[in-house]
Design a protein around this ligand. Structure first.
Ligand SMILES: C[S@@+](CC[C@H](N)C(=O)[O-])C[C@H]1O[C@@H](n2cnc3c(N)ncnc32)[C@H](O)[C@@H]1O
Length: 276
């Protein structure tokens, strides 16, 4: 059984209300910000200031905290310079979606997006959480050697042995995850958010980049996938969502998850102290 600690959703603009959280109180920021690509159809997709975002993230993130941020190809080139005063780039994962989105006349329709991971500048490698053994999939152990006498990458001097004793397959830099059109009804959980993320992928990312009991923040929570995943993996979570429709749906989704999960609720909203 997983033990849930706290989970909190705020119906508010993140930039106006982030000060409700203590500085340095967040271990992982996992978010999918508005990209500004669909703003003509969805007014909530108005692009944010990435410089202001980096500033606020710097205020909220714990000394060894990490950021995992989804982005389009175009946005990633703006994120790097905005984040670089405070954060170092760690890795990029490419997520292949089940369906392409949006029609573009001047480029291929995107059927992938990126997840960029950053850590605070100067965090030593041993302190950067990466629990690959937790999300690694079981597989068959294998051992591979080069043929005797053949030229190997070691210049043919030694037999080259490559071995995987446990059989675990570790996370790769390209992953497949459904976007909304490819999700089952059960996975959508009655949410109508067009950018809803895959719960399984978000859960793996939380397991990979944080430890049980730590605090995860999603400043642009949408359908609340990050909060659901944090709850299911024994992390605390805080989310902000400024669109009343999505906020209401997400609260409903969270209520349903809390009631039906095999998760112990220790206390509602204790621990993260907030004065509204
Ligand atoms: C791309 S969606 C996130 C989708 C989410 N990852 C999911 O799984 O459903 C971005 C969300 O951020 C919200 N948003 C945009 N600007 C915001 C702000 N300044 N503060 C809080 N929420 C904001 C939008 O209303 C939208 O629901």
């Amino acid at each position: 059984m997983i033990i849930r600690t706290n989970s909190l959703m705020l119906d508010s603009n993140f930039f106006r209300s982030h000060w409700l959280l203590d500085p340095g109180s967040i271990d992982l920021i996992l978010t999918d910000p508005p990209y500004g690509t669909m703003v003509r159809i969805h007014p909530w997709d108005k692009k944010i200031s990435l410089v202001e975002t980096a500033d606020v993230f710097d205020y909220l993130l714990a000394p060894q905290g990490q950021i995992a941020i989804f982005c389009s190809d175009r946005l990633q080139f703006e994120i790097y310079p905005a984040f670089s005063p405070y954060f170092d780039f760690r890795y990029r994962q490419t997520i292949i979606k089940t369906s392409a989105t949006a029609f573009h006349r001047d480029r291929p329709r995107p059927n992938s997006e990126a997840l960029l991971v950053f850590h605070r500048k100067g965090t030593p490698i041993r302190d950067r959480i990466f629990n690959h053994e937790v999300v690694g999939e079981e597989g068959l152990p294998w051992k591979r050697t080069n043929r005797k006498g053949s030229r190997s990458t070691m210049g043919g001097l030694k037999r080259l042995v490559d071995e995987n004793k446990s059989g675990k397959r570790y996370p790769t830099s390209v992953v497949y995850a459904p976007n909304r059109p490819g999700m089952s009804k059960a996975e959508k959980q009655d949410s109508t958010h067009p950018s809803q993320k895959s719960l399984i992928f978000i859960r793996d990312t939380i397991l990979l980049l944080s430890n049980p009991g730590q605090v995860v923040l999603d400043p642009f929570a949408g359908s609340g996938t990050t909060l659901v995943a944090a709850y299911q993996t024994g992390r605390s979570a805080v989310g902000f969502e400024m669109e009343p429709k999505f906020y209401d749906e997400t609260n409903e989704r969270l209520r349903h998850v809390f009631e039906t999960s095999d998760v112990a609720i220790l206390s509602d909203f204790a621990g993260i102290e907030i004065e509204l």
